[in-house]
Ligand binder design. Structure first.
Ligand code: B12
Ligand code: SF4
Length: 543
């Protein structure tokens, strides 16, 4: 905290940089970075001039665009958002900030900064790390700068002392009302959703789709706006960091908080007013419907009433991410009537043993009846699957692949990942017994000589299972590379069919029959949107 600072004015200005993913949209649909936009809204509401720099959606190379942005103003605070997946790129931008504006006060925040403040100080040029929700610490920081007060000891930060020690000062999570105010401050009217839609439309070559129905379906998916109504998910799955994020910042168990049904409707109306071309609102809460949930039925009724009265468009659709054990026939029917067309379910695995390892064994008995009920209601379930766990046996992987294929053919969509990624803050990432199973990648920060070993996979302990998973991964990557040379970018639901295709010979060699190869291949062909003239590559790649 010893750096000499230049105080530019009574009204400090802040530049907030979103997480940087140069492979934009490679894994999934990208969108404006909600975290920094929400912070920008809260700072602006407090009279602090704030700008968001979105490296995934700017003119020209993000490095140059950032330099331009930095030189265009006198920034009192520059904030860099971090996630584990994007860290090396986020750090590259942070180092550019330090080089171009040596006097800037640089703050890191977000998931990775919260769980790994020591690593941030080691690898980045940061003056301060914000832990957990950034609203209060940033407001406090700015108020102190205005008052010319010392910047040490702010609740919700980690700082490095002169002798190199890292001190963490916890903060309590936002209360329900504070969370509501922060969400309500999100400046949706300024968020460049249209620019994202245009990019996605061209990446997915919407104009080249063969039928109007296919084009409409894609547009409904692409022209979406994301809304988060919850502060965190309390379910504590072992591979996931969501539960621990606010606990980490608070230093104890944080209370769950979320918007009420009428507040959700207010936000929906604001989003429609800000982006009239929106087709779908994605409730991006970690978990949208709880087992004991008093919000979902009134919310669905409210949406239907708002559509009838013309307050929101009749055709507006919704997507949400849910726990399957929180679903019931009544809730599914209500959600379908309100316009929920896709419901995401973190199924993860079809093996009860693996689900137990993931701390979600209780969902297993709900999978079959609730997927069937959703399909019967005209709702498409989108399942996220992790093919293996540290203790998975070959049978568990086989069962999950077979069930995945079955549900794909029934009409579900699936995102598939081969192994657990050790995200900072997850129980798995902190389990020392899994260290021998953890694999690292050497990451480098471009433009610097900084490098570090980042944990990237936890492979199954059984060598036969981990060997099979790694072979599937390389076969999948080879096929994907070939296909994407000839067709549009493949969304995750098509990638899952490719995973199944890649697994067939490997699992068959190990005595596990998954599905008929020619049948899987024709399923894939039938779903590939723009492949018509060049159908050959899959056959070649998967041979
Ligand atoms: C929405 C979402 C997405 C969306 C959109 C992201 C976007 N542009 O908004 C999409 C679908 C694109 C997406 C994709 C992926 N995601 Co995602 N995603 C989320 C989710 C559900 C919500 C993020 C969010 O908007 N939160 C709400 C905002 C308000 O919170 P926030 O961003 O944390 O910001 C607050 C604080 O962190 C802090 N803060 C944040 N930045 C900064 C910066 C400064 C300077 C300061 C002071 C404070 C600060 O203040 C903010 C306000 O309080 C999170 C889970 C979660 N609970 O956060 C996962 C999550 C971030 N995603 C995750 C993953 C793994 C992915 C994917 C890799 C999935 C995949 N395998 O394809 C991809 C990767 C994409 C990429 N290149 O990074 C992981 C990341 C794990 C990690 N440690 O890195 C998470 C944490 C889920 C999980 N636990 O597994 N994701
Ligand atoms: S995987 Fe889903 S249900 Fe489990 S803790 Fe994470 S967000 Fe919650």
């Amino acid at each position: 905290m010893g750096r000499a600072r230049r105080y530019t004015s009574d009204s400090p200005s802040a530049l907030l940089i979103g997480p940087y993913d140069p492979h934009c949209g490679e894994f999934t649909f990208l969108a404006p970075p909600l975290g920094v936009w929400r912070l920008a809204g809260v700072l602006e509401a407090a009279g602090i001039e704030t700008k968001v720099f979105d490296p995934n959606c700017c003119r020209g190379p993000p490095q140059l665009a950032l330099e331009r942005e930095l030189l265009s103003g006198a920034w009192d605070i520059v904030g860099v958002s971090t996630t584990g997946m994007t860290l090396r790129f986020d750090l590259e931008l942070a180092h550019i900030v330090r080089r171009v504006t040596p006097e800037a006060f640089i703050v890191a925040g977000g998931m990775e900064a919260t769980f790994r403040p020591e690593l941030m100080f080691e690898l980045g040029p940061f003056d301060l790390i914000v832990l957990g929700e950034g609203e209060r610490p940033l407001l406090d920081l700015v108020a102190r700068r205005r008052a010319g007060q010392p910047l040490g000891g702010i609740a919700g930060t980690a700082e490095r002392t002169k002798d190199g020690q890292i001190i963490r000062i916890p903060q309590r999570a936002l209360s329900r009302d504070e969370l509501r105010d922060a969400i309500f401050s999100t400046p949706y009217d300024k968020m460049p959703y249209s620019a994202y839609w245009e990019r996605l439309e061209s990446a997915y070559r919407i104009g080249a789709l063969p039928s109007k129905a296919a084009r409409e379906a894609h547009l409904a998916e692409i022209r979406s706006v994301r809304l988060i109504t919850l502060n965190y998910c309390p379910m504590g799955c072992t591979f996931c960091s969501a539960t621990n994020f606010l606990h980490e910042a608070q230093g104890s168990v944080a209370s769950v908080a979320r918007l009420e049904a009428d507040e959700c409707l207010t936000m929906i109306e604001r989003i429609v007013a800000a982006h009239p071309r929106v087709r779908t609102i994605i409730f991006q809460d970690d978990i949208f419907v709880f087992t004991r949930d008093h919000r979902i039925l009134p919310l669905c009724e409210g949406i239907i009433a708002a559509k009838h009265s013309g307050r929101i468009p009749v055709h507006l659709q919704f997507i949400s991410t849910n726990r399957i054990d929180a679903m019931s026939a009544e809730r599914l029917t209500a959600m379908s009537r309100a316009g929920f067309r896709v419901l995401g379910f973190g199924i993860e695995n079809f093996s009860k043993k693996v689900l137990g390892e993931f701390n979600k064994a209780q969902i297993q008995r709900h999978i079959e009846p609730m997927l069937s009920a959703a399909l019967a209601n005209g709702v498409t379930p989108f399942l996220d699957l992790i093919l293996s766990s540290p203790h998975a046996a070959l049978e568990d992987v086989g069962q999950t692949l077979r069930e995945a294929y079955r549900w794909l053919r029934e009409g579900c969509e699936i995102g598939m990942y081969p192994y657990v990624i050790p995200f900072s803050g997850s129980a798995y990432a902190q389990d020392p017994s899994l260290l021998p199973q953890t694999y690292y990648a050497r990451q480098r920060v471009a433009g610097t000589d900084i490098a570090w070993q980042q944990p990237v996979k936890i492979l199954p302990i059984d060598p036969i299972v981990s060997g099979a998973i790694l072979r599937m991964e390389s076969s999948f990557e080879a096929m994907l590379g070939e296909i994407e040379e000839h067709t549009a970018h493949l969304p995750s639901r098509l990638r899952s069919l490719l995973w199944i295709l890649a697994s067939l010979p490997i699992m068959a060699e190990l005595g596990q029959y998954i599905a008929d190869e020619s049948e899987v291949r024709s399923e894939l062909h039938a779903r590939l949107p723009t492949l018509r003239p060049a159908a050959a590559p899959i056959a070649a790649a998967s041979a």
